[in-house]
Design a binder for this molecule. Structure first.
Ligand code: ADP
Length: 339
C-alpha cells in the first residue's frame, strides 16, 4: 500500500490479522471484462434505429466480434450492449484483455470494428463522434459499472470467530452487524449512494493502485463496493462485493521498477506464463480481500467508539506525546481521515 493516510496500513493489517485468525478469506470472481462505449451518430433517427437493430442482431454481433477479435491476441469480445439517444447510438463493448487493464487494447479493437461497420455493413453514413462516448464509463461515477460490472467483478468473504472479534477487533459480532446495516446500508441509502455501500473501500483500493502501478483515476469505479455482515452461529460473516475492479499486471505503470517489484512480491508480475489473465484476476482478488480487511478494522473502530481517539493520537501532524497513547487495544484501528 502506498498512502499518506495516517495509520491506514496499521489498520488494514489489523483486519488481516483477524481474517487470518479465522482461517483466511475466500474470493469468487464473477466477471472479467473491460469496456469501451463509443458514440456514433446518424443524420436521422431511422438510420440510427437501423444501426441499433443491426448491432443487436446475430449478424451484427458476429461481424463486430470477428472484426474486434482480429486486432489482438488477448482481447476477446464478450458482449455488445447498445443504447440510443435521438440520432446518437452508444455501443458498450465488453472484452477480456489478458493480464492488461486493457484500455489501449480495447480502444484499438473498437476503432477497427467501427471501421468494418462503416465500410462493410452498409453504414457509411455513420459518423464516429468519439471512440469513448462515456457509455464505458471510465473514471466517472456511473450506475452502469455498478450494475453491469467493469474490469474484474469479485466477491470476498471471511468468517471471524467471535473471540477474535473481541480480542483483535475489540468489538462484538452484533455491534458490528448493526453498525454495518445502519451505516453502510441504510446510511448510504439515505445519502442516495450508487456503489458506495461500504466504509472506506477507496482508501485501500487507492493505496494498492498506487503501490502496484494501476491507474489511480480508475479508483472512481474500482471502489464500488457493498459490505455485508451477518451473525453466523455467533461468529461474524463479512463480505465485500466489488463489481468493477480495474487492474492489470502488464502495461502502463506496472512496468515502473518499484511498482513492478510490488507485483513480484504478490506473485502476479507481468504476463501469466500459461493462462493469460490469471495474474490480473489474482490481483483483483487480492484488492478485494484487502478491502475486506480494511472494512473489518474501520467498522470495528467505529463500533467501539475508538475512531476519533485513534485519529487524535495517530493521525494529527503534531508529534504525539506520552499522554496521547492509543485507545486500549486500538492498535491504530481508525486509519481513515475520510470515510
Ligand atoms: P492497456 O491495454 O492496459 O493500456 P497495453 O497497451 O500496454 O495495456 O497492452 C498490453 C500489451 O502487452 C499489448 O501489446 C499486449 O499484446 C501485450 N501482452 C503480452 N502478454 C500479455 C498478456 N498476458 N495479457 C495482456 N497483454 C499482453
Amino acid at each position: 500500500m502506498a498512502t499518506t493516510e495516517g495509520v491506514l496500513v496499521a489498520s488494514t493489517s489489523r483486519g488481516c490479522k483477524a481474517i487470518n485468525a479465522g482461517g483466511g478469506a475466500i474470493t469468487v470472481l464473477t466477471g472479467d471484462g473491460m469496456t469501451r462505449g463509443p458514440c456514433v451518430g446518424f443524420e436521422t433517427l431511422t438510420r440510427a434505429g437501423a444501426a441499433k437493430v443491426w448491432l443487436d442482431s446475430e449478424e451484427g454481433q458476429r461481424t463486430m466480434k470477428n472484426a474486434f477479435n482480429s486486432t489482438s491476441r488477448f482481447a476477446r469480445l464478450q458482449t455488445m450492449k447498445t443504447a440510443i439517444a435521438g440520432t446518437y447510438v452508444y455501443i458498450r463493448f465488453k472484452t477480456t484483455t489478458g493480464d492488461a487493464m486493457g484500455m489501449n487494447m480495447i480502444s484499438k479493437g473498437v476503432e477497427h470494428a467501427l471501421h468494418v461497420m462503416s465500410t462493410e455493413a452498409g453504414f457509411d453514413d455513420m459518423a464516429i463522434i468519439s471512440v469513448s462516448g462515456n457509455y464505458c464509463t471510465d473514471k466517472k461515477p456511473a450506475a452502469i459499472n455498478w450494475i453491469d460490472g467493469r474490469g474484474k467483478s469479485v466477491v470476498a468473504e471471511a468468517i471471524i470467530p467471535k473471540d477474535v472479534v473481541q480480542s483483535v477487533l475489540k468489538s462484538n459480532v452484533d455491534a458490528l452487524v448493526e453498525l454495518n446495516t445502519s451505516k453502510n446500508l441504510i446510511g448510504s441509502a439515505m445519502a442516495g449512494s450508487i456503489g458506495g455501500f461500504n466504509a472506506h473501500a477507496a482508501n485501500i483500493v487507492t493505496a494498492i493502485f498506487l503501490a502496484t502501478g494501476q491507474d489511480p483515476a480508475q479508483n472512481v469505479e474500482s471502489c464500488n463496493c457493498i459490505t455485508v455482515m451477518k451473525n453466523l452461529h455467533g461468529n461474524l460473516q463479512i463480505s465485500v462485493s466489488m463489481p468493477s475492479i480495474e487492474v492489470g499486471t502488464i502495461g502502463g505503470g506496472t512496468l515502473l521498477e518499484p511498482q513492478s517489484a510490488m507485483l513480484d512480491l504478490l506473485g502476479v508480475k507481468g504476463a501469466h506464463p500459461t493462462n493469460p489473465g490469471d495474474n490480473a484476476r489474482q490481483l483483483a482478488r487480492i484488492v478485494a480481500a484487502a478491502v475486506l480487511a480494511g472494512e473489518l478494522s474501520l467498522c470495528s473502530a467505529l463500533a467501539a467508539g475508538h475512531l476519533v481517539k485513534a485519529h487524535m493520537s495517530h493521525n494529527r501532524s503534531a508529534v504525539p506525546t506520552r499522554s496521547s497513547t492509543p485507545a486500549p487495544g486500538a492498535g491504530g484501528p481508525g486509519g481513515c481521515r475520510r470515510r
